[in-house]
Design a protein around this ligand. Structure first.
Ligand code: SF4
Ligand code: SF4
Length: 393
């Protein structure tokens, strides 16, 4: 298993995590899934549901091994009249949180995730109704260790994160959503008319969101990496061709700030398939050629951080150099400072990350070999010159 830092939380999380779907649909699976997870080194799981039976089944499965798992559980997911609800009523939210601790058999939740906010008006209501303050109080009491937010809308997520309290974002990451502008209704992302003209490159808000999270040390935990299974199917995929699970996971993990993919496996075989990602070859994980061949999608000139241009004769990690270059430029642009202008400054985080690379843009031989391998026509030689000018070496 591979582990990554979850933003600035100090937590090291497995790149594959358990999603919640299995426990919602059949909580008899819980013990088996946790056994499989523990054996594979999976140490993170998401529990958005407030279903008392599912929470109790997970609590039972966790007995004797609470310390082996990092729990991401949702604040403001409540149970009413026999079903799950998203609530902004503080009393209901408090009762549901107490219920989660009791049923999970623990006295703290690692990441208390404010649940499912896709609209500006909803974020206003969350704050006005005292839910953010409640999360802060739980954190001060040590009953949650970190505050999270789950969302599908990049605009709302950017706003919430910019306000400074959110440490972990649960976000829907797959290449289809990534090409579409944010919406207050996630179902809009699958409306037929959205796909009529094909796609070109990533939605700027989504790109900005990933960059902002990386910049601010907000870790991203991913949901919907397979878009509900549609992008695994040639007929259902809006791009007109499918990806494998390993390619979907690899894509989501290539976005800045992403630490783990919550696998919404519904049965044992699906969970095994996600865990198998860690044994997949680099070739199996590579999504670049599949992306380049999609009939209705173009990423021309846009770096996907896919590493398909490697190896470089000067041993430059081209994807990382390009990522730090883009992050530094985006950080300045968000403050109205253009690349090349006097006020341009490299943010400390990017400067540090760039410094520890073994080889830098100044090592570039300008041989152009990388550009013959890049499926997206990225001007890599020019990017190396830009990176050298910005970072100074
Ligand atoms: S330059 Fe091209 S091949 Fe290299 S990481 Fe970026 S998109 Fe992939
Ligand atoms: S042009 Fe520069 S970055 Fe690209 S392969 Fe040659 S040395 Fe490496």
């Amino acid at each position: 298993m591979e582990y990554r830092k979850l933003g600035n939380t100090g937590l090291d999380v497995s790149v594959i995590a358990l999603g919640c779907e299995a426990f919602v649909e059949d909580n008899n699976n819980a013990k088996l899934f946790f056994d499989m997870a523990e054996e594979a080194g999976v140490n993170y799981f998401d529990l958005f549901t407030s279903d008392p039976d599912a929470r109790s089944a997970v609590g039972e499965a966790l007995k004797g091994r609470r310390d082996k798992f990092i729990i991401q559980s949702h604040i403001s997911s409540v149970w009413k009249n026999g079903q799950y609800e998203r609530s902004r009523n503080l009393n209901d939210v408090k009762a549901a949180f107490e219920d989660s601790l009791e049923r999970l058999g623990t006295d703290y939740i690692d990441v208390g995730m404010i649940h499912y906010c896709d609209a500006d008006s909803d974020w206003d209501a969350i704050k006005a109704n005292g839910i953010v303050d409640y999360a802060k109080q739980l954190k001060a009491e040590g009953r949650i260790r970190h505050i999270g937010l789950s969302s599908h809308n990049p605009k709302v997520a950017i706003r919430a994160i910019s306000e400074g309290d959110i440490e972990v974002l649960m976000f829907s990451v797959n290449y289809v959503y990534d090409m579409l502008p944010g919406t207050e209704n996630v179902d809009d992302l699958w409306a037929d008319e959205v796909y009529e003209g094909g796609f070109k490159n990533m939605d700027p808000d989504r790109q900005r969101l990933y960059e902002l999270c990386e910049d601010m040390g907000v870790g991203i935990t991913v949901m919907k990496a397979f878009a509900g299974g549609d992008i695994l199917d040639d007929k259902l995929s809006p791009a007109g061709a499918s990806l494998t699970p390993a390619q979907c996971i690899s894509y989501a993990l290539s976005r800045p700030a992403v630490a783990t993919i919550c696998s919404g496996a519904r049965n044992e075989e699906q969970l095994r398939e996600s865990i198998r990602y860690c044994e997949a070859s680099e070739e199996e994980k590579s999504f670049a050629e599949a992306f380049a061949a999609f009939p209705r999608v173009s990423w021309e000139g846009h770096c996907m951080y896919c590493t398909h241009c490697h190896p470089c004769p000067a041993n430059i990690n081209i994807a990382d150099v390009t990522k730090f270059l883009n992050l530094a430029v985006a950080h300045n642009e968000s403050n109205g400072i253009a690349e090349g202008s006097d006020g341009f400054r490299v943010p400390e985080t990017e400067a540090m990350h760039y410094k520890v690379l073994e080889h830098h843009a100044s090592d570039c031989l300008q041989c152009g070999l990388c550009e013959t391998r890049c499926p997206f026509g990225v001007e890599i030689r020019n990017n190396m010159k830009r990176a050298e000018a910005i970072f100074g070496y």
